[in-house]
Design a protein around this ligand. Sequence first.
Ligand code: F6P
Length: 363
Amino acid sequence: MEPIKRIGLLTGGGDCPGLNAVIRAVTKTAINLHGIEVFGFLDGFKGLVNNNFTKLDLERVSGIAHTGGTILGTTNRDNPFRYYSVEDGKEIYSDESDRAIDNINCLGLDGLIVIGGDGSLNIAHLFSQKGVPIVGVPKTIDNDLSATEVTFGFYTAVNTASEALDKLHTTAESHHRVMVLEVMGRYAGWIALYAGLSGGADVILIPEIPYHLDSVIEKINYRYTQDKKFSIIVVAEGAKPNDGEMVVSKMVTGSHDPIRLGGIGQKLANDIEITTGIESRVTVLGHLQRGGGPIPYDRILSTRYGVAAVEQLVEGNSDVMVSLKDNVITSVPLVEAIREIRKVPVDSDIVLAAKALGISFGD
Ligand code: F6P
């Protein structure tokens, strides 16, 4: 096998704290340990299709591990295999994957590292089936990727949500209100669960457990009888009532998963206020969870993932994702990572621990 001389790198999908720490680790490892040149494509797969890239050197990646966002830019649209464009006012989808591969070949790249969630890793897998050596790095604040114990960015998002709960607590208590915090997590309730447990929530509602309004109300009323005249509820954006549907806020054309959720918190707060007469307010945490710098845990995890991704390419491995197993970095086939979304097991020790403390899941 010929030694690797040049690699490409891109960040795809929604941004996430820790992306820059991965970029830094990949670039430093490639240059310092292996003398490999690194090229970063701008705005995810869009940059790959349009041959829009920048050379990454040691100076460019210096001092960025603690910063939020991605210096390369990203997009959660622009799938090269179903590329969205508008021609003569008409929406068109075309397969631009060969154009992307031409760009990889013209640059003389020996491999591509894709930092992304399920959408970007699906695309990465398709490129590897077309012969491009690919290594994926698991990114998403939602922590919903199979085949890894944790994705980088998740614990930073939990930290942000937990701090928000601490603040909501004091105002809830002062005003004797029900405070609802809506957090991200489309089909998996990891952020809601961890933040709720850490932030002392009374009710945690997650997509995996459809909630009964009666049960939520019962918990609030019980607290009232115990002289706790306020309640804190964390609800994942993908949570739904047992007799209803998820609340969709908009559709995003060209996205791998075009559904954008949002609004369940407001619905819940309204339902609670109407039923109990207790004043209820909602806070939607939204993209604050994705913004800002990573906490130390995520800086370290991102760095470990970045180093391992380069080593995977150097060892000649492809169609794999670096992952964490028993707190050790390893790798898994990409198909395993994208096969299904990792949901919260409803009988996991953490759910049972929360229930032991009296936290209601609305079930
Ligand atoms: O990365 C996943 C996620 O954070 C979801 O929890 C959320 O629904 C979605 O991204 C929002 O994406 P955007 O607003 O960037 O389209």
